[in-house]
Design a protein around this ligand. Structure first.
Ligand SMILES: NC(=O)c1ccc[n+]([C@@H]2O[C@H](COP(=O)([O-])OP(=O)(O)OC[C@H]3O[C@@H](n4cnc5c(N)ncnc54)[C@H](OP(=O)(O)O)[C@@H]3O)[C@@H](O)[C@H]2O)c1
Length: 191
């Protein structure tokens, strides 16, 4: 991590962590190797200063304090639950949280709840959700920007391709157990 940077960004690129599916079918040694591979992918391919595997961290607060000793300015939220609580605890004054999703909560009977919310007041943190459908009218403009950037290599993009409509349900369920590496897509017909 570049400690001199004022702006510290945590992004939960969970799609790049592989674990559960491998746990079932392979040995521990292989699983560790895959987790190591994902952390390396984040650092070397995607250009993050640092990365860690949340499944290897017994205490999320301690982990975040280690990686963000000066606190977090901006958090892109995709996980929710314990991760969000630990992030709020580690936010800096006037930090911002953009809420995209909370995947850890979707299959629970009762949402876990967030316990550190009062810190939002003390730290004057701003939290705002957003939803993709608000931006559909700008989709072609987005493609004009993003496709050349991917071609030029300025934006790195990894896809996890499942072949055929029949593989759709398995691919969907796999999102909740870290089966995919990169954006999960299902190819139903050749272009
Ligand atoms: N706001 C919007 O308009 C919008 C639109 C689409 C999607 N989303 C949200 O964007 C997020 C990512 O969705 P995606 O479709 O792109 O999936 P994705 O990131 O490709 O895959 C989901 C990843 O979440 C991780 N995960 C699963 N359960 C978890 C848990 N309990 N705690 C922490 N991580 C967990 C898994 O990785 P691990 O193996 O590392 O656990 C998995 O790879 C989701 O929160 C989704 O709801 C928001």
């Amino acid at each position: 991590m570049h400690h001199d940077n004022q702006l510290k960004i945590v992004e939960n690129l969970k799609s790049l962590h592989i674990t559960h599916a491998y746990k079932k079918t392979t040995n521990h040694h292989h699983e560790c190797a895959m987790q190591f591979h994902c952390v390396e992918l984040l650092k070397n391919k995607f250009g993050f200063d640092d990365a860690f595997n949340y499944k290897e961290e017994p205490d999320m607060n301690t982990a975040l304090e280690r990686y963000f000793p000066e606190g977090i300015d901006i958090y892109y939220e995709n996980v929710g639950g314990k991760m969000l609580d630990a992030v709020i605890f580690n936010m800096r004054i006037h930090g911002r949280i953009a809420v995209c999703g909370m995947i850890s909560q979707y299959n629970l009977d009762q949402p876990e709840g967030v316990h550190n919310l009062m810190l939002i007041v003390y730290k004057r943190v701003r939290i705002e959700g957003f939803a993709v459908f608000d931006y559909y009218p700008q989709y072609s403009k987005f493609l004009d920007f993003v496709l050349p950037s991917i071609k030029e290599g300025e934006i790195k993009y990894v896809e996890d391709i499942a072949e055929g409509l029949e593989s759709g349900p398995t691919a969907l369920i796999g999102l909740f157990s870290g089966r995919n590496v990169g954006k999960q897509v299902v190819v139903v017909a050749p272009e």
